[in-house]
Ligand binder design. Structure first.
Ligand code: ATP
Length: 219
């Protein structure tokens, strides 16, 4: 099983509208804690929320700039390459078809998003495709439903090692440094004519055209 010896692949999906330092810090810490290759994966048409303000190309450009100068975090545009809505279950199946069934695959999910898991398409199937690492996020933890608890509780892992030792099926709570930054707050600052310096990578501020859509947006 040659792929079993490779580092886990961890996915951080999101709108990245725009990418901010909260995303980057959390992805970085997950890469270190899980000893994983972390892929930031922008969504094309997120099924659960309004369309992003920045187009796919602009969001990819911002991610490319944000990821410059390091190699632990990479960009995965597979959801943008597919037409229509991005369902995580389809994404994981596509990735599994590429990497095989032996390599550990980890879905990184913010604690707030984790609570909403039962609304995701074929959500039970997610656990047969990947592990889930729940990233703790300040002030945003919602109580879990009993159906989510019934699925997740027996799968609880106590350490990242457990995730590396099997390809899928575990749930790990991963504490990360709390950075209370959200893309909505960054968008609101830009729409109000303010500069979100230190909340987003400086490279995004260096090219005014990148953030123009947010500056002109009504929030
Ligand atoms: P919005 O404010 O528009 O809802 P967001 O900041 O939550 O956006 P997303 O692109 O939706 O950004 O987030 C992608 C993933 O990153 C989600 O799993 C989300 O929970 C997580 N995430 C976003 N911001 C943080 C943060 N500051 N700390 C930890 N996780 C975060």
């Amino acid at each position: 099983m040659p792929t079993a010896n490779k580092k886990p692949i961890a996915l951080l999906g999101g709108t990245f509208d725009p990418v901010h330092n909260g995303h980057l810090r959390v992805a970085w810490e997950a890469a270190e804690a899980l000893d994983a290759e972390v892929r930031l994966m922008p969504a094309h048409e997120p099924p659960h929320r309004p369309a992003p303000i920045a187009g796919a190309r602009a969001r990819v450009r911002m991610l490319e700039l944000a990821l410059r100068g390091q190699s632990r975090l990479t960009l995965d545009t597979r959801e943008l390459d597919r037409a229509g809505a991005s369902y995580t279950v389809d994404t994981l199946r596509g990735l599994r078809a590429e990497i095989g069934n032996d390599r550990a695959l980890i879905l990184l999910v913010g604690a707030d998003a984790f609570g909403g898991l039962p609304t995701w398409r074929e959500w039970h199937a997610l656990f047969d495709l990947a592990h889930i690492a729940m990233l703790t996020r300040p002030g945003r933890t919602e109580p879990w439903s009993s159906e989510l608890d019934a699925e997740a509780a027996p799968r609880r892992a106590d350490s990242p090692r457990e995730l590396r030792d099997s390809p899928h099926g575990k749930v790990l709570s991963l504490p990360v440094t709390p950075l209370d930054i959200s893309a909505s707050a960054v968008r609101a600052l830009l729409a109000a004519g303010r500069e979100p310096r230190w909340l987003i990578p400086g490279a995004l501020l260096a090219d005014p055209s990148l953030l123009a859509a947010y500056r002109n947006a009504k929030v």
